[in-house]
Design a protein around this ligand. Structure first.
Ligand code: NDP
Ligand code: 2IT
Length: 454
């Protein structure tokens, strides 16, 4: 067994890297997880005897396929798409689809791996999966996006189903894309059931699903601060991204009394020292969702703000930072800028936005650190609630769903406190990374042990 001859994370990782060459994002996600879970496994030999970590880091299966479609000029275009079905030990595969030119198998494996433990933390019966394509929706017409989505679903529908695998949105996949994908699924399968989440409200979608990731992340952040006898009230908050997660994180943070100073996209960030309040956020939502414009246009409309091309917002003085754009958007230099300004809390809205050394720096410097698999689990949690509503053929009210979301985020926080040992970080901070990893691990691992050698 590997742990008999191979006693530490580096040794485990050297095998994993060999088996998964050229997949740096996947290596990074596993390394963070293994570093906290290996000591726990050592104390619980059943997991060791059952080779649970080796099995958990190998996806159940990966489907790769070609997507051929026609652009508006009539030219044939080709993209590559994947569905990574990572682990269905505790429920049907569940996780988003990402459309972005940077999508690779490595990115989707890191996301599918993380999703497995995130979904476990929600307490709902969902396994982990992720998919997507190296398709760039930017600058494409609605017709081209529809053509791509229909072609992608023509292959994907063979592999998904309400009890098998239930995709949803992620970067580049929002209400428009889910609608086109669902329309094609329904046509091919001739069945109307909850096979995708994030659907429109008139065809099985759940209230609050759009808001859920951003709201949930801010609920989690509020829990971390409350646990230390503080709150978001009057805090300066810096947010990156200006998509689904970022805008609703900004909305909830403002509602809880914080002042949101920044938003960004891949071209740069805007800084509004007056705060990005509700009216300004409505402008951003319309800009990004309807007009599909750039965040720099914010400064044309609001003279209180400045635009900083090709920069990230982490040097702006703040109490709380919520990265909501993409992976590896906070490096060690950024983390030092944040701690230089005495940041109190960093809460990950995006998946793996913080590089490993940056994460360690933030925690060692005394900042509260809410890792993605705990902090951004609100989105998939409400997806799980959407599946429940579809299965029951009913819809819950906004208040009901929001109440359940808040309860789930509080519960995830409590699990992190239970397993995240205190006494090792400054300020007696909870180690939320350890807490989330171990709490997420146990449920999946116990199911795998019970199943035997499968
Ligand atoms: P959107 O597509 O709605 O928005 C993405 C935002 O991030 C845009 O502002 C985009 O800018 C920016 N961005 C994307 N890629 C890059 C990049 N390579 N460099 C700089 N900026 C970039 O996606 P979401 O808001 O849904 O997702 C954001 C993050 O949250 C992702 O990490 C996703 O995995 C995670 N997440 C999403 C959930 C959901 O329910 N949607 C649930 C849990 C996590 P631009 O327009 O210039 O590309
Ligand atoms: O990363 C994520 O958790 C998501 N993109 C949401 C997945 C989902 O199935 O709602």
């Amino acid at each position: 067994m590997w742990m008999e001859k191979c006693k530490d994370v580096d040794c485990f990782m050297s095998g994993l890297i060999k088996r998964n060459a050229g997949q740096p994002e996947f290596h990074q996600a596993v390394r963070e997880f293994a570093a906290t879970v290996i000591p726990f496994i050592r104390d619980n030999p059943t997991y060791l005897e059952n080779q649970i970590l080796e099995r958990m880091t190998e996806p159940d299966r990966v489907v790769t396929f070609r997507v051929t479609w026609r652009d508006d000029k009539g030219s044939i275009r080709v993209n590559r798409a994947w569905r990574v079905q990572f682990n269905n030990s505790i429920g049907p595969y569940k996780g988003g689809l990402r459309f972005h030119p940077t999508v690779t198998l490595s990115v989707l494996k890191f996301l599918g791996f993380e999703q497995t433990f995130k979904n476990s933390l929600t307490g709902l019966p969902m396994g982990g999966g992720k998919g997507g394509a190296n398709f760039n929706p930017k600058g494409k017409s609605d017709n081209e996006v529809m053509s791509f989505c229909q072609s992608m679903m023509t292959e994907l529908f063979h592999h998904i189903g309400p009890d098998k695998d239930v995709p949803a949105g992620d970067i580049g996949v929002g209400a428009r894309e889910i609608s086109y994908l669902y329309g094609q699924y329904k046509r091919l399968q001739n069945q109307f059931h909850g096979v995708l989440t994030g659907k429109g409200l008139s065809f099985g979608g759940s209230l609050i699903r759009t808001e859920a990731t951003g709201y949930g992340c801010v609920y989690f952040c509020q829990e971390m601060l409350n646990h230390r006898g503080d709150s978001l009230e009057n805090k300066n908050v810096v947010i990156s991204g200006s998509g689904n997660v970022a805008t609703y994180a900004a909305e909830k943070a403002t509602e809880l009394g914080a002042k949101v100073l920044t938003l960004s996209d891949s071209s740069g960030f805007i800084h509004d020292p007056d705060g990005i309040g509700p009216e300004k956020l409505e402008f951003v939502k319309e800009l990004k969702e309807v007009r599909r414009g750039r965040i720099s246009e914010y400064t044309d409309r609001f003279s209180s703000a400045t635009f900083h091309a090709d920069q990230r917002p982490w040097a702006v003085d703040c109490d709380v930072a919520i990265p909501c754009a993409t992976q590896n958007e906070v490096n060690l230099d950024d983390a030092k800028k944040l701690t230089g300004n005495n940041v109190m809390a960093v809460c990950e809205g995006a998946n793996m936005p913080t590089e490993l050394d940056a994460m360690n720096h933030l925690m060692q410097a005394g900042a509260l650190f809410g890792p993605a698999k705990a902090a951004n689990a609100g989105g998939v949690a409400v997806s799980g609630l959407e599946q429940s509503q579809n299965a029951l053929r009913l819809s819950w009210s906004r208040e009901e769903v929001n109440e359940k979301l808040l309860g789930i985020m509080k519960n995830i926080h409590a699990k992190c406190v239970q397993y995240g040992e205190t006494g090792q970080l400054p300020n007696d901070n909870v180690n939320y990374v350890t807490g989330a990893n171990i709490a997420g691990f146990i449920k999946v691992a116990d199911a795998m042990v019970a199943y035997g050698a499968v």
